[in-house]
Design a protein around this ligand. Structure first.
Ligand code: GDP
Length: 454
């Protein structure tokens, strides 16, 4: 257990029904008993775990600061694995801060970002993969992201990694027996068996790596730019997706002179959306600035919605746009389909096409399905394990490198000691993922992304 007893406001700062001040550490109950007076006169130190008292938090002179319920968790059966008291008070920015200040006066010190969860990790309450899923759950922006992080929080990543680790450890120990007794005929200890085990581990790592990108899109969303020449209906489409008049819609060409950005959720996917200025040749300095920015967006966006007016033939600007996006992940959106079609679709061969009328709101569901498909979201099955951080991906990639090198060495007939070293590298990378073997720096880096109070 840590020596310092820490405290922080665990709920978002602002007006609300309830705010919770969390205290954790050896002295959590002593600290809370100094500033909390129960109506019954009972002290918190007289309670068992998971028991609560109603009363008030009192100032130095015993004057009440707020009504409160104090809930006691006794080590090790708490979130951090330490003694914890959670004091629930009326939600309010100033009053909650006042109570935190009072708790600090009574002997606690202010917790740093993620310190409660870090203590939970250090006390063996959760591993690093689970700790990362806690952040994922807090920051999830859609139902699918919640599902992925809940699965990680339930231990799915950790179980899959343990499965690979167990196999690698078994292979490493069998290898050393095999190396020590080369002339003995020990059942199961054959080069063929080692390769089989390693190949199995390799496939499992590859599967984990393959779902990462889809998971990242679900969790973080995808940067998506709406592009097209002026007046094709880009801003109307932006407003349709946002469900509001975020972009200005007029029939004057060049109205959106800069980039308008918004975050929208379309089905299970979050789009970090930019409505760009219409792409065309212009001498207007301000417009030119917008057009340059639009070109930059085309370059950097992960997905393009390229809008064309289906009520007219494609012109040179349209064809130039098609040429510039042909190698990018994009959906060609044929807009204004409520009007008579004059577009020649044969010029769009090879593109993913969707027909809509942004003005009438027609085609939204089909567009949403198309985005889902182009981002490969349908490839993710509910039982897939999804890595939820770049760090986890890096660990599995390093493990895969180690396994591949071990297999190569085996095939090349290099000494079994060398093969063992490669397997050890893979084991170390996976232990780093779950936190079984991790440096303080990596640990600090992870927990500093948490908010204070978590
Ligand atoms: P942008 O310059 O590409 O952003 O185009 P806007 O969204 O500002 O739209 C230009 C004009 O086309 C406006 O008068 C819109 O009302 C009109 N418009 C946009 N979408 C449609 C559509 O689906 N059907 C029809 N008939 N008009 C549309």
């Amino acid at each position: 257990m840590s020596e310092r007893t820490i405290a922080a406001i665990a709920t978002p700062l602002g007006e609300g029904g309830i705010s919770v001040i969390r205290i954790s550490g050896d002295d959590a109950i002593t600290v809370a008993d100094k500033c909390f007076k129960s109506v019954s006169g009972k002290k918190l130190c007289e309670l068992g775990g998971y028991q609560a008292l109603f009363g008030s938090v009192v100032d130095r002179d015993n004057s009440p600061l707020d009504d409160a319920v104090a809930l006691v968790f006794l080590a090790p059966k708490s979130y951090t694995g330490e003694n914890i008291v959670e004091i629930s008070v009326h939600g309010g920015l100033v009053s909650t801060r006042q109570i935190l200040r009072r708790v600090l006066q009574c002997g606690a010190v202010m917790a740093t970002g993620g310190e409660f969860t870090k203590r939970a990790f250090l006390n063996g309450k959760l591993d690093l993969a689970k700790a990362e899923s806690v952040i994922g759950l807090i920051t999830a922006r859609n139902d699918a992201a919640v599902k992925i992080t809940q699965s990680a929080l339930s231990g799915k990543i950790s179980r899959d990694i343990k499965d690979i680790l167990d196999k690698l450890l078994e292979t490493a120990s069998s290898l050393s027996v095999f190396a020590d007794y080369p002339d003995e005929d020990i059942p199961g200890l054959t080069q063929e068996n080692f390769c089989k085990m390693l190949n199995d581990c390799r496939q499992k790592c590859e599967k984990l790596i393959s779902t990462y990108d889809t998971g990242r899109i679900i969790r973080e969303g995808i940067s998506c730019a709406i592009v097209g020449k002026p007046n094709v209906g880009k801003s109307t489409l932006m407003n349709l997706l946002c469900g509001s008049d975020r972009s200005i819609v007029t029939d004057i060409a060049g109205t959106t002179r800069d980039v308008v950005e918004n975050v929208v959720t379309v089905g299970d996917i979050t789009l970090n959306l930019s409505d760009t200025a219409g792409l065309h040749d212009t001498n207007d300095v301000v417009e030119k600035f917008g057009v340059d920015k639009a070109k930059e967006k085309i370059e950097n966006a992960e997905l393009l919605l390229a809008v064309f007016d289906a009520s007219g033939p494609l012109d040179q600007d349209d064809l130039a746009l098609l040429e510039s996006i042909k190698d990018k992940k994009c959906i060609v959106v044929l807009n204004k389909t409520d009007l008579e079609a004059k577009i020649d679709k044969s010029q769009l061969d090879g593109f993913e096409i969707i027909e809509i009328s942004a003005k009438l709101g027609l085609g939204y569901a089909a567009l949403s399905d198309k985005i889902y498909g182009i981002c490969n979201l349908h490839k993710l099955s509910p039982n897939d394990t999804v890595l939820i951080s770049e760090r986890q991906l890096d660990c599995v990639r390093r493990a895969l490198d180690g396994i591949n090198e071990a297999l190569d060495s085996m095939h090349l007939g290099i000494t079994l000691d060398a093969v063992g070293v490669c397997i050890d590298d893979a084991i170390a990378a996976l232990l780093e993922l779950t936190g079984g073997r991790v440096t303080n720096e990596v640990c600090d880096e992870i927990f500093k992304r948490f908010c204070v109070g978590k």
